[in-house]
Design a protein around this ligand. Sequence first.
Ligand code: HEM
Ligand SMILES: *[C@@H]1O[C@H](CO)[C@@H](O)[C@H](O)[C@H]1NC(C)=O
Ligand SMILES: *[C@@H]1O[C@H](CO)[C@@H](O)[C@H](O)[C@H]1NC(C)=O
Ligand SMILES: *[C@@H]1O[C@H](CO)[C@@H](O)[C@H](O)[C@H]1NC(C)=O
Ligand SMILES: *[C@@H]1O[C@H](CO)[C@@H](O)[C@H](O)[C@H]1NC(C)=O
Ligand SMILES: *[C@@H]1O[C@H](CO)[C@@H](O)[C@H](O)[C@H]1NC(C)=O
Ligand SMILES: CC(=O)N[C@H]1CO[C@H](CO)[C@@H](O)[C@@H]1O
Length: 325
Amino acid sequence: MSNMSLVLVITIVVFFGHIGDSEGGDLRKNFYKSACPLAEEIVKNVTWKHAASNSALPAKFLRMHFHDCFVRGCDGSVLLDSTANNKAEKVAVPNQSLTGFDVIDEIKEKLEETCPGVVSCADILALAARDSVSFQFKKSMWEVLTGRRDGRISRESEALSNIPSPFFNFTTLKQSFANKSLTLHDLVVLSGGHTIGVGHCNFFSNRLYNFTGKGDQDPSLDPTYASQLKAQCKTLSDNATTVAMDPGSPLSFDSHYYKAVNRKQGLFQSDAALLTNLESRKIVNELLDQDGFFTEFGQSMKRMGAVEVLTGSNGEIRKKCNVIN
Ligand code: HEM
Ligand SMILES: *[C@@H]1O[C@H](CO)[C@@H](O)[C@H](O)[C@H]1NC(C)=O
Ligand SMILES: *[C@@H]1O[C@H](CO)[C@@H](O)[C@H](O)[C@H]1NC(C)=O
Ligand SMILES: *[C@@H]1O[C@H](CO)[C@@H](O)[C@H](O)[C@H]1NC(C)=O
Ligand SMILES: *[C@@H]1O[C@H](CO)[C@@H](O)[C@H](O)[C@H]1NC(C)=O
Ligand SMILES: *[C@@H]1O[C@H](CO)[C@@H](O)[C@H](O)[C@H]1NC(C)=O
Ligand SMILES: CC(=O)N[C@H]1CO[C@H](CO)[C@@H](O)[C@@H]1O
């Protein structure tokens, strides 16, 4: 090959390689830097304003982002309302107790005033999840890449088949994450999201009252903790009461969840399942270290935040987050 054609080949590779970067659209740091320089600051300010008066908000947004990403990728589909002939993800049973949609709408309104049609709802949710959790620390807890675009489809049935159930065992949990190209390590790290927030009794009361259908308790649940839970969840059919998922520090984003899991005080079968596999148990123990947990959580959130994202010219930038354009 002559020097001339070598240069040509290199030029072509570099040129198309570059097009690939900017067009094929992987997520990027500060995607809105030129099109909407204040975008990330606006998301943060509105989120912090609400987090200051609503201590439940971080848990709501963290879970909402997770549910968004596990159904059709992080495309804002969880934010869409049902229509006359379609039941949206929102109405699926796992979505009961998702709230904070009004805060997303307020952020979106501000952004539409500042730079109309530029910032996606999927990115707003990814940023708001990070910023709401970060409010406790008054600094950003992990990096969020941006450039997601919004999907146009949201189906109840897909939420039911893609969001892992609290009754899953280790095998099905691992499979659920693998289906999203997430690893066992991601599963254990992201389960740490249960360090904040609450769960409804009906998602775990079988462990208290009728584990194998003989009126028995789940032997993998600490009996003292089980008694405390029974005092709150008085019957098997109670689907209204909620309890803290990380007993002792339900509002604090910390590594205490892993301590609880290790003491057989994981609330759901899916939490307890993390002790049933040797490799997983090892990771639980590593994550007891708070700084280690924060670092790993940021990295796994980045991977979850990139699941099946729409970028480039795919999807759309919604004008309102609850309805497609
Ligand atoms: C590993 C599989 C997972 C299962 C089976 C699961 C299941 C659940 C269930 C059943 C609830 C209680 C909902 C309610 O009763 O209102 C819940 C709450 C929550 N989950 Fe998960 N989850 C999983 C993974 C995750 C991940 C990856 C995150 C985020 C990184 C997350 C964050 C949360 C948060 C913050 C709450 C509290 C919500 C609130 O306070 O309203 N979960 N989860
Ligand atoms: C965000 O809040 C900070 C601190 O209150 C303020 O200085 C800044 O101007 C706000 N930015 C925007 C874009 O509203
Ligand atoms: C896990 O759950 C699946 C689905 O319910 C079941 O087929 C499998 O046998 C369970 N695995 C273990 C190890 O219990
Ligand atoms: C994983 O994906 C396969 C193929 O789509 C599906 O059949 C299976 O139910 C999924 N498993 C879980 C646990 O989500
Ligand atoms: C416990 O489970 C068994 C078997 O599924 C069922 O027959 C029984 O009615 C349940 N008990 C209660 C209190 O729901
Ligand atoms: C909770 O239980 C009540 C009474 O059994 C039932 O009417 C209601 O639909 C249930 N709610 C949910 C969200 O499952
Ligand atoms: C926010 C939202 O739409 N929540 C719905 C989740 O699902 C339950 C049960 O189907 C509905 O009652 C909620 O309105």
